[in-house]
Design a protein around this ligand. Structure first.
Ligand code: A3P
Length: 315
């Protein structure tokens, strides 16, 4: 057997990949970049692994039916919620994947990127019988925190703006109240804790996975050198390198509950996002346990010194 036969993508059961990450790590971007590959099918977040069986998934995450429908649409075999219900009733989560994977054409691979899988080790454990390939996407925690704080503030402003003509006034007063109460700092600290917990869960899980079945991508490397990073991913998986992969094609509209709601605001892979948080945060704000995990995971640090105006805490 030649050495290349040992690569994951050459195996007969190479049908499924998971992108594991904390939310706001650039997972939607990675999903679209990889989805340009002719062998990869990458729908919106599936959430299937999060629940033990189809019935629980259906009851707890009804919106994710859209992702299953998108999967079949991408295969050129559109289906309906009723048909999915009929086929999956009584199935476990693993059996639902097996049913979906059976629909793939020869050589095709489904990519499931659902950051919520990193919330519980039990979700990740469920994936083992499927022998998937795992892509661990790691982003600097302050990049994740900054994105989360901006998103929450934007959603909040949008919500109050809908409350009538005095909405704008309410938003401005609310901004002051939020600052006084250090509301954003609370959001930031909760996100920091979640970044630590999720990445620890992923690290512990991947320790028990064979090296040939996993690779790590750093967000900061990805946005600075997308084609090189996708090339590394292809080498790690054994997938053929294709010229267009690593460039952002035209991405379809997405449900904001199943991916990054701001994705379409970026027209290309934006390298400045690597260190954008430096304008608002300093690493000294992070807790020691976060810094320790960053060192362990070899998180990419900023290449430039923080500007003098960067706040010690939140914005
Ligand atoms: P913000 O737009 O709030 O900065 P996820 O998909 O895991 O939720 O991650 C979303 C984040 O990925 C975005 O959050 C942004 O930081 C980053 N991102 C999305 N599209 C990008 C692009 N085209 N170039 C660079 N970064 C991008």
């Amino acid at each position: 057997m030649s050495a290349s036969r040992h690569r994951w993508a050459d195996r007969d059961d190479a049908r499924l990949m998971f992108i594991l990450s904390s939310e706001r790590s650039g997972s939607t971007l990675l999903r679209f970049l990889l989805g340009e590959h002719s062998r990869l099918v990458s729908p919106q977040e599936l959430f299937i692994l999060r629940y033990p069986d189809f019935a629980t998934w259906r009851a707890r995450k009804p919106v994710a039916m859209e992702s299953v429908l998108e999967f079949f649409h991408l295969l050129g075999r559109p289906t309906s919620p009723a048909a999915v219900e009929a086929a999956c009733r009584g199935r476990s989560a693993v059996q639902v994947y097996q049913w979906m994977l059976a629909a793939l054409p020869p050589g095709a691979v489904l990519i499931d990127k659902t950051p919520a899988y990193a919330n519980e080790a039990a979700s990740l454990e469920r994936s083992r019988p499927l022998a998937p390939f795992y892509v661990w996407l790691i982003r600097h925690p302050l990049g994740v925190i900054d994105s989360q704080v901006r998103l929450k503030s934007k959603l909040w402003r949008r919500k109050v703006a809908r409350t009538g003509p005095i909405g704008k006034l309410k938003a401005n007063v609310g901004d002051v109240v939020r600052q006084v109460r250090r509301h954003d700092e609370g959001i930031a600290r909760r996100r920091e804790a979640k970044w630590v917990a999720q990445n620890r869960t992923i690290a512990a899980f991947l320790r028990e996975v064979a090296p040939g079945q996993q690779c790590t991508i750093y967000f900061e490397d990805l946005v600075r050198e997308p084609e090189r990073e996708v090339g590394r991913f292809c080498a790690a998986t054994g997938l053929e390198r294709e010229a267009r992969v690593g460039r952002l094609g035209s991405a379809p509209e997405m449900n904001p509950h199943l991916g990054d709601p701001n994705f379409h605001q970026h027209r290309q892979v934006d390298a400045e996002m690597a260190d954008d948080w430096l304008a608002r945060y300093q690493e000294s704000w992070l807790r020691p346990e976060t810094m320790a995990l960053m060192a362990e995971l070899e998180v990419r640090r900023p290449r430039v010194a923080p500007p003098p105006s960067a706040s010690q805490t939140t914005r």
